[in-house]
Design a protein around this ligand. Structure first.
Ligand SMILES: [Zn+2]
Ligand SMILES: [Zn+2]
Length: 403
């Protein structure tokens, strides 16, 4: 690591299959095996640190052993691994648990090494239906899972906190994640694609927690659609834990900035009525369909947060890092695969294109119109039709008309 430079981290990546072709996460792309995910993260996206959340599957553990045996990856004393290309790799396990009032929540357990992974896998094996697959429903509860992670030298965080079906706060009356924080539970939550820090800070109950922005990538293209710039001394689990310890981190390690989608691009931002096939455009919170009266629409993250917060003003706690919106190249209309290839060849990584390249330099490579589109995306000037009910939001061409 270069002294003073932040480490760019995406801590929620899935694998579609093992190196020998067995399925891992059934909804993830078959192109995603461990080696290719690590190569994409480093070479194409420009990340420094990743966590793969399907690492408990036996085939993935074998893939880790294989990379270590071949000298392509080495364990770090502080937990985690470093690849020969300089990428930090944290093995992790995403699980689903029941979390009060009939709902469920996804948790991610970040773990230090193969031994801890083995122990957690054994513990999970008798509590899930199929230990070969990922994100299985575990017969347990959040506190017990966090204790298991801590006993193995790791820690747990709540994943995509607000997602309607699988996020802890995706339902009315859900318990606060801060209430879970304790000896074994790190004060950190992942916001998910449909929320950003400004939205989450409407809830004072989250003020003691750090906010993770991760991609939850199920395809190579979506790796790093959300990530964090971290201040760490080393790309290890121990350092990561310090950085995520509350909004301002701990011992000088911290999140310097979150980078994520404009929350309107997320697929659960607004309420969606399954009968009318319509995303609400009315002012939030919308808890029933304004057209047909459907009392059980898929309530959007914005709507759920506004329901929970009332009209309380946003009060970010001291140390809360800035949240920078980004629109992935693949989401920009008129920037197709060929243009993306040209941009990557010229500027190295997607991160460099999205955040660092000068507009004039972009124009020299892909022309003024496309360069201007990237620049307007950076400045938050694009027109976005919000997502809802599992449908992603979209950048729409001018003129900008409300949905
Ligand atoms: Zn996931
Ligand atoms: Zn309706």
């Amino acid at each position: 690591m270069n002294p003073g430079a932040p480490a760019f981290a995406d801590l929620h990546l899935h694998l579609g299959r093992t190196g020998d072709g067995r399925p891992v996460k059934v909804t993830a792309s078959g192109a995603m095996d461990l080696s290719r995910v690590l190569e994409t993260a480093r070479g194409i996206k420009g990340l420094d640190l990743v966590a793969v959340v399907d690492a408990a599957a036996p085939g993935v553990r074998r893939d880790i052993d294989f990379l270590v045996d071949r000298g392509e990856m080495a364990p770090l004393a502080g937990g985690g691994y470093l690849t020969s290309g300089g990428l930090g790799f944290i093995p992790a396990v995403e699980v689903e648990v029941g979390a009060g009032s009939g709902g469920s929540a996804h948790l991610i357990l970040y773990l230090p090494d193969r031994t801890s992974l083995e122990a957690v896998s054994r513990w999970l094996a008798v509590r899930v239906a199929n230990p070969h697959l990922s994100t299985q429903r575990v017969r347990s509860d959040p506190a017990e899972l966090a204790a298991v992670a801590a006993a193995e030298g790791g820690f747990a965080v709540v994943a995509h906190l607000f997602t309607p079906y699988k996020g802890l706060l995706g339902r009315p009356g859900a318990p606060s994640p801060a209430a879970l924080a304790g000896d074994s539970y790190l004060p950190a939550v992942e916001l998910g694609l449909s929320a950003d820090s400004e939205l989450a800070d409407r809830l004072p109950e989250l003020a003691s927690l750090s906010f993770l922005s991760n991609s939850d990538a199920h395809s190579l293209g979506t790796v790093a659609r959300e990530y964090m710039a971290l201040e760490l001394e080393e790309l290890s689990l121990h350092e990561l834990r310090l950085a995520l310890d509350g909004p301002g981190g701990s011992q000088g390690r911290r999140i310097r900035a979150n980078y994520g989608l404009d929350p309107r691009l997320g697929k659960y931002h607004r309420t969606w009525c399954q009968h009318c096939a319509r995303t609400a455009g009315e002012s939030p919170p919308i808890l029933e369909c304004p057209l047909c009266g459907n009392p059980e629409p898929v309530v959007g993250v914005l709507d759920r947060v506004m329901e929970r917060s009332g009209s309380a003003p946003v009060r970010p706690p001291a140390g809360r890092p800035p949240y920078v919106h980004q629109v992935p190249l693949a989401d920009l209309p008129g920037i197709g695969p060929a243009t993306r290839r040209v941009l990557l060849e010229a500027f190295g990584t997607e991160m460099a294109v999205l955040h660092r390249a000068e507009e004039a330099d972009l124009a020299g490579v892909v022309g003024e119109d496309r360069a201007n589109l990237i620049a307007r995306a950076r400045r938050g000037e694009l027109c976005i039709r919000p997502g809802g009910g599992g449908h992603y939001g979209r950048v729409v061409k001018n003129p900008c008309r409300p949905a």
